[in-house]
Write a new protein. Structure first.
Length: 103
């Protein structure tokens, strides 16, 4: 009997993994699992447009490529921290401090 492979994942031209036929990235589903410990059923509640098969495929793809995804997640978190540090003394924040709306 020939092996049958079904995947719900597609890669775009930049190599980003998406759930096929949706606008949801695999990393978004993986982050739900990592950050909240969400089960596939809980993720389905957050993304009712996805089937459980799509969610399981996204999680399987994440686990098959976990090192790359975890590196990307770390890179994104570092970028967020960098942007937050840069905005600590932005013109808008200075004005809010003058108005007494920020410490």
């Amino acid at each position: 009997m020939p092996a049958l492979t079904t995947t719900h994942i597609e890669l775009d031209e930049k190599g980003v993994a998406w759930i096929q036929g949706t606008r949801i990235k695999v990393i978004e589903v993986a982050l739900d699992k990592i950050a909240n410990g969400s089960s596939p059923e809980e993720i389905h509640f957050q993304y009712p447009q996805l089937s459980l098969a799509q969610i399981h495929s996204a999680l399987a793809y994440y686990y098959d490529h976990q090192a790359e995804f975890d590196t990307e997640i770390t890179r994104q978190l570092e970028r967020i921290d960098q942007l937050a540090a840069q905005s600590k003394n932005s013109p808008g924040r200075r004005r809010l401090r003058v108005l007494g709306l920020l410490p």
